[in-house]
Design a protein around this ligand. Structure first.
Ligand code: GTP
Ligand code: MG
Length: 554
């Protein structure tokens, strides 16, 4: 498909006119009402980073009055935004109008005096509010930072009136909120202050699902220590006359440099980082990283360095998600479905990763007729000179200006897309073919692997190399079952099961109930049950105690 031809659908952000479209509320740029159309990934990153630099994180006692708290802080400057959330106590994120306000606030803070412990005198923008005045105040209004439990989601979806509404409702319930997104950037900014002890010009940026538009409340925080922003890197030394260069330590490989930087920063995070616990250095992985928990935010953090290709993948996913609201809705739904059935897991292993699953959804949407999203090759052809990006010899160029992308007319509903997604992968020739979102076509597998999904930028790699055949079989079996369920009239309609306020699972909710094939090793033919019988037995199993545990998302 040549995306430059047969143009019928121009790009709009949060388009709500097509059936099945969902407002992209809560995405990264949600509060940026000034501009028409979407912000580029870079503008969004820059805006959020700037907000984070002007923000502080304060542990509060819940009996503090909000008004008193704000009056107290505004002595240091205007407060642009604040909110409270709960994570082992109540915390406040407070954004000031400028950096100087934060400096003033920090100057007024005391170092606590403790008698039985010693402390590392590392000052950061993570503070505690002490309240010595007496009197009770109403509890601080906390913003939720976690998703609804699966059983509650099933109930909520069951009350919707169409599958399209169910999909929109799921997206709404799961997506990152504006506040959660701010908190993620703030944690990166706090971490940057630690790394800046060695590299004053560095930045730490979130990548992966924290910023690609597909993040679910509670997802991990992937961070990237960016040293490319250091000045002098691209400075051309004159061919004649005098000039100066820094003397720098040399090692034999880029990987070794990354490992030693992460090793040292990891030590600092471990020994000096307020609120950072359980630090693990995983330096021999393909992508070396430091893993830890940031207690005040509740985020599981993965800090990497020199990981620019992953940043590009993040930008690409963000772009696809912004092109058409159905992309995000379908990805959220498939991710939730996969997690519920144990197709994906928070533990690394032979399972399909969320990243692979997202690429599978993108590939499916490229294969629609007409396609809902363009191929990566097409996005590359639309790129201008400023978009050019070659990382370690890999062509990572694609257009960043959304307005250059023109889409074809496709009015498929979300319900149709969901059903067809399951059918598409229930019958996909995985044994012979590889998925390629660069070309938008399946290709003969270049190597033996149960599931082959070409890495969009490092094209000789398979992003699902870790997946074994039994995991792939489970995925295919569940696709078959879900496709079948969605075709049953009992599953597809909410009618006749108790009126508007019914809580009997139907439609998408049925697909999130424990599966009859999920526990089966390999693929087995299932006896066709009558749909109502199956729903009844699925309902029974939902009621049983253990299922809460089985389904709970970590
Ligand atoms: P969550 O499961 O919500 O954390 O999704 P995620 O997209 O953040 O995935 P994850 O934390 O596993 O990885 C973070 C990012 O690293 C992804 O979004 C990708 O950009 C990149 N990434 C992860 N796995 C792979 C892979 O196998 N190959 C490549 N090229 N990039 C990957
Ligand atoms: Mg992640």
């Amino acid at each position: 498909v040549n995306c430059l031809n047969s143009v019928q659908r121009t790009f709009r952000r949060s388009a709500g006119t097509e059936r099945g479209a969902v407002q992209t509320e809560g995405t990264l740029g949600e509060d940026s009402g000034e501009k028409d159309g979407p912000k580029s990934f870079y503008e969004l990153m820059a805006d959020r980073q700037e907000q984070a630099e002007k923000s502080v994180l304060i542990s509060c006692q819940s009996r503090t009055s909000e008004k008193k708290f704000l009056n107290f802080l505004s002595k240091h400057g205007d407060i642009k935004k604040h909110f409270f959330y709960e994570s082992y106590g109540v915390y406040a994120v407070v954004e000031f109008a400028c950096r100087d306000n934060v400096v003033s606030l920090l100057e007024s803070a005391a170092i606590p005096s403790v008698s039985h412990e010693s402390m590392v005198p590392f000052k950061s923008r993570l503070l505690s509010l002490r309240n010595h005045s007496s009197g009770e105040s109403p509890s601080l209004p906390c913003q939720p930072q976690t998703t609804v439990p699966i059983n509650e989601l099933i109930q909520r979806l069951s009350r919707e009136e169409s599958v399209d509404e169910q999909i929109s409702s799921l997206t709404e319930a799961y997506q990152l909120r504006e506040e959660n997104s701010r908190l993620r950037f703030l944690v990166c900014s706090l971490l940057k202050d630690i790394a800046a002890a060695y590299f004053p010009e560095c930045t730490i940026k979130p990548f992966g699902s924290s910023v690609n538009g597909f993040g679910k409340l509670g997802c991990d925080l992937d961070m990237f220590l960016d040293l490319d922003t250091i000045s002098g890197k691209n400075l051309k030394t004159p061919k004649s006359g005098l000039s100066l260069e820094y003397q720098m330590k040399r090692t034999n490989s880029e990987r070794h440099v990354t490992q030693s930087i992460l090793s040292v920063i990891g030590e600092c995070v471990d020994h000096f980082g307020p609120g950072c616990v359980g630090v693990q250095k995983i330096l021999n992985a393909r992508c070396p990283l430091v893993r830890f928990a940031h207690q005040p935010s509740g985020f599981q953090c993965d800090l990497t360095a020199n990981n620019r290709v992953a940043m590009k993948s993040t930008e690409l996913l963000y772009l696809y998600g912004e092109l058409d609201p159905r992309v995000r809705s379908l990805v959220f739904t498939i991710r939730c479905w996969a997690r519920t059935h144990g197709i994906t897991s928070s533990i690394p292993g032979a399972w399909i990763s969320n990243f692979s699953l997202t690429v599978m959804v993108l590939f499916f949407l490229q294969k629609r007729s007409p396609p809902i999203i363009p191929t990566l090759d097409c996005l590359r052809d639309l790129a201008g000179p400023a978009d050019e990006s070659v990382i370690e010899g890999n062509d990572c160029t694609f257009v960043t200006d959304f307005s250059k992308i023109l889409l074809q007319s496709n009015t498929d509903t979300l319900e149709q897309l969901l059903t067809d997604f399951f059918e598409f992968y229930a019958t996909f020739p995985f044994s012979r073919m590889s998925l390629n979102i660069r070309k938008g076509k399946e290709q003969n597998k270049p190597e033996v692997a149960p599931l082959h999904i070409q890495n969009p930028f490092e094209t000789s790699l398979n992003v699902s190399k870790n997946v074994n055949s039994s995991q792939l079989d489970r995925f295919v079996a569940l696709c078959q079952e879900s496709a079948w369920l969605l075709q049953q009239s009992e599953t597809r309609t909410p009618t006749g099961v108790g009126g508007k306020h019914t809580t009997k699972p139907w439609g998408l909710a049925t697909l999130l109930l424990p599966s009859q094939v999920a526990g089966v090793k390999g693929r087995k033919k299932r006896k066709p049950h009558h749909a109502s019988e199956r729903i009844k037995s699925l309902l029974e199993s939902l009621k049983s105690k253990n299922d809460g545990k089985k389904n709970s998302d970590s």
